[in-house]
Design a protein around this ligand. Structure first.
Ligand code: AMP
Ligand code: GLY
Length: 428
């Protein structure tokens, strides 16, 4: 198969790793140095749907796989499909499940999908929004409606913070993404992510995962894109997964179909498992998660390429992959010091070849090559991944090798998976 993968992060690197076999030829745009060790560079010069589509046609691409949310929200799938190119990912309308938080919340309300209580406000309704916050004691969650590079969610502990956040959002902190806001109830509990590969009707649920969004150990510091993950998440028992399937996954897919927006692609369901053990939706994403994907894909075998192609053909082949039983995977992100706030780039990365590839994989994210040297080029730089018969062994492989890799101001969390290990111990 000839495949073109759109994106340049650790997620896309791991997707390409999974698609890579003797018979596939893979191109990546824009890619990164690690990705281009396994995928060809394209001749695309400008990031436009027209150029991507021309490249796909000229090279007889059988399947385009879109990694990030922005091109999906901008309608890349509709554009490529209108040119008879097969593409894995949701349409623009279906992508609104991520790109409009107010749409996602209304969907959940309409189809009785459990989520935090909420209200939506436009700029003109600022005073009513502020009045609402005055009545809430305790934490309140304020979200920009549109895409804000993962930064549009504020958890406010005081009225003053809520007031400032509402002012900032309505005054354009996130551009048009903040023209509308969602104010919602703060949910307490443990988070987990579930990826559903679907043709809009039928689906496969991939192993659950848990991300670590805060930058520092112990879940301290600001939110990031994700500092590490592990899969499966022990908090998601088989029984809980059945409940999630019945109360969340099925009604979400049915609801999207009934609204004339069938969701084809990877639906990311971000969950809060409340103290009472109830699963509630925190957010949907219209794509694979990063870095959860880097761990989750280590737990499947079979023909991932056939699976994605079948979804692109609007008829999922449920037999294309199998979930490997009794296997665990984890990943730890190496980030630039300062991330998710200001950080420097351009530091040399050393030690990449000292890694035992049988034990650990390295997926690249924010990297570049200059003068034959691999340099840092982003907040999240590398993602170290390992899989094994236990979560402990996969984490050990990573943490025992992590200091072989070095770059200036390198920062990582030392406690990825520790909550899961506690869970596993408690449950024998
Ligand atoms: P989102 O971008 O919607 O995933 O939100 C980012 C993070 O904010 C989530 O991963 C949660 O940790 C937190 N969050 C979002 N909504 C809520 C909520 N209603 N209650 C508690 N935490 C939330
Ligand atoms: N890891 C969170 C996300 O991909 O949005």
């Amino acid at each position: 198969m000839k495949i073109l993968v759109i994106g340049s992060g650790g997620r896309e690197h791991s997707i390409i790793d999974k698609l890579n076999n003797k018979t596939n030829t893979i191109w990546a745009y824009p890619g990164n140095p690690g990705i281009h060790e396994v995928a060809l560079k394209t001749s695309i010069e400008r990031n436009s749907f027209e150029e991507i589509s021309n490249f796909a046609t000229q090279n007889n691409i059988d399947l385009v796989v879109v990694g990030p949310e922005q091109p999906l929200a901008d309608g890349i799938v509709d554009f490529l499909e209108s040119r008879d190119i097969k593409v894995f990912g949701p349409s623009k309308l279906a992508s609104e499940i991520e790109s409009s938080k107010s749409f996602a919340k209304q969907l959940m309300k309409q189809f009785n999908i459990p989520t935090a209580d909420f209200q939506v406000f436009s700029k003109e309704e600022k005073k009513i929004a502020l009045d609402l916050c005055k009545t809430i004691c305790g934490k309140v969650v304020i979200k920009a409606d549109g895409l804000a590079a993962g930064k549009g969610v504020a958890i406010c502990e005081t009225y003053k913070q809520a007031e400032q956040t509402i002012e900032d959002y309505f005054e354009g902190k996130f551009g048009d993404a903040g023209n509308k806001i969602v104010i919602e109830q703060f949910l307490e509990g443990e988070e987990a992510s579930i990826f559903v590969i679907t043709d809009g009707k039928d689906y496969i649920i991939l192993p659950s995962a848990q991300d670590h969004k805060r930058v520092y150990d112990g879940d301290n510091g600001p939110n990031t894109g994700g500092m590490g993950a592990y899969a499966p998440a022990p908090i998601i028992s088989d029984q809980l997964l059945k409940e999630i399937e019945n109360s969340i996954i099925k009604p979400t897919l049915d609801g999207m179909r009934r609204l004339g927006r069938p969701f084809r692609g990877c639906l990311y369901v971000g969950l809060m498992i409340t103290k009472e053990g109830l699963p509630k939706v925190i957010e949907y994403n219209c794509r694979f998660g990063d870095p959860e994907t880097q761990a989750v894909l280590q737990l499947i075998e079979g023909n991932f390429d056939e699976l994605l192609l079948s979804v692109a053909n609007h008829s999922i082949n449920n037999d294309a992959i199998k979930i490997i039983p009794n296997r665990f995977a984890s990943c730890v992100v190496l980030a630039s010091g300062g991330y998710p706030e200001k950080y420097q780039i351009g530091f040399e990365i050393i030690g990449m070849t000292s890694i035992d590839n049988d034990k650990m994989k390295i997926y690249q994210a924010g990297t570049k090559i200059e003068n034959n040297k691999l340099l840092t080029n982003g907040g999240r730089v590398l993602c170290l991944v390992s899989a094994g018969a236990s979560l402990q062994s996969s984490l050990q492989n990573i943490y025992q090798n992590i200091n072989n890799i070095k770059f200036e101001n390198m920062h990582y969390r030392t406690d990825i998976g520790s909550r899961a290990i506690k869970h596993l111990k408690q449950n024998g």
